[in-house]
Design a binder for this molecule. Structure first.
Ligand code: SF4
Length: 226
C-alpha cells in the first residue's frame, strides 16, 4: 500500500451529536483550497505547519481510546479540516482498513475538490455535513476565492449517489456578506433542489486572525489533487 500520511492540526475528542450519531472524534486535517475571508481555521492553509503527521495505523492508535464510546453510542470519527477531501486517499485507506471496527465515519467538507476525491470516500461515509457558504456564484467566489461550480457539481453528484438523509447542509449567515435575506434565499434554492436536511446558523467572526503565510495566499482558489 502507498505510504500515506495525514498532516493534522488537531484531534478533538468526545463531541456529542454534532456530526452524525453518538460520540465522535474530529480529525482536523491540514490544507484547504479555499480562502474564506473570515476563516475560522487559517492555520490549516499551510500544510507545512502541521502539529503532527500520522500514518493510517498511527491515526488508529490515537483514536482507539474512545472505542467504547463509539460502540455504545453508534458514534465514530469525523474527518474535517481544512478540507478533508484533499486527503481522500488517506481517508479511504483508513476507512477500508478499519471499517471492521463498526465505527461510523462522517465527513465535514466544503466539497471543493475534484469529484474523484469525493467518490473515493463515498463507500464508507455515514453522514456528510456540507459547508454551503453561499448559493450565489459570484458571492461564493468573493467570499471563498473558490469555484462555485466545483462545489455545486459535487453536491448534485453526491445527491445522486447517497440517500438524502445522509446529507446535512449547513448554511451560514456571514456577518459582512449576508446583510439581508441571503441566508433564507440560499435555503430556498437548496430546498427547490430537493434537499431537506438543512441547518441555518449565524457564523461568528473569528476576531483573532493571524497574518496569512505566503504559501497560504499562493494556494488561494487552487484545487488540490492527489
Ligand atoms: S473552508 Fe473556509 S473556513 Fe474552512 S478551513 Fe477552508 S478557508 Fe477556512
Amino acid at each position: 500500500m502507498e505510504d500515506l500520511k495525514l498532516p493534522i492540526l488537531a484531534i478533538e475528542r468526545l463531541r456529542m451529536m454534532t456530526d452524525g450519531e453518538g460520540v465522535t472524534t474530529l480529525i482536523c486535517s491540514m490544507n484547504c483550497p479555499l480562502r474564506c475571508r473570515l476563516c475560522i481555521n487559517p492555520y490549516t492553509w499551510d500544510g507545512t505547519k502541521a502539529s503532527e503527521v500520522l500514518s493510517v495505523d498511527g491515526l488508529y492508535e490515537r483514536v482507539k481510546i474512545d472505542n467504547l464510546y463509539f460502540q455504545t453510542t453508534g458514534g465514530g470519527l469525523t474527518f474535517g479540516g481544512g478540507e478533508p477531501l484533499v486527503h481522500s486517499k488517506f481517508h479511504a485507506a483508513f476507512m477500508e482498513k478499519y471499517q471492521s471496527t463498526g465505527w461510523a465515519f462522517n465527513l465535514e467538507s466544503s466539497l471543493q475538490a475534484p469529484f474523484e476525491n469525493l467518490e473515493r470516500v463515498i463507500p464508507y461515509i455515514s453522514c456528510y455535513a456540507i459547508d454551503v457558504k453561499d448559493m450565489e456564484p459570484e458571492r461564493y467566489r468573493e467570499y471563498t476565492g473558490g469555484d462555485f461550480q466545483v462545489f455545486f457539481d459535487n453536491l448534485m453528484k453526491l445527491k445522486d449517489r447517497v440517500e438524502e438523509d445522509k446529507i446535512i447542509l449547513k448554511i451560514p449567515k456571514i456577518p459582512y456578506l449576508h446583510k439581508g435575506d441571503e441566508q433564507k434565499e440560499n435555503e430556498e434554492k437548496l430546498r427547490k433542489l430537493g434537499f431537506s436536511n438543512i441547518v441555518l446558523f449565524n457564523y461568528v467572526d473569528p476576531k483573532k486572525r493571524k497574518k496569512l503565510s505566503e504559501t497560504a495566499l499562493e494556494n488561494r482558489g487552487k484545487l488540490i489533487t492527489e
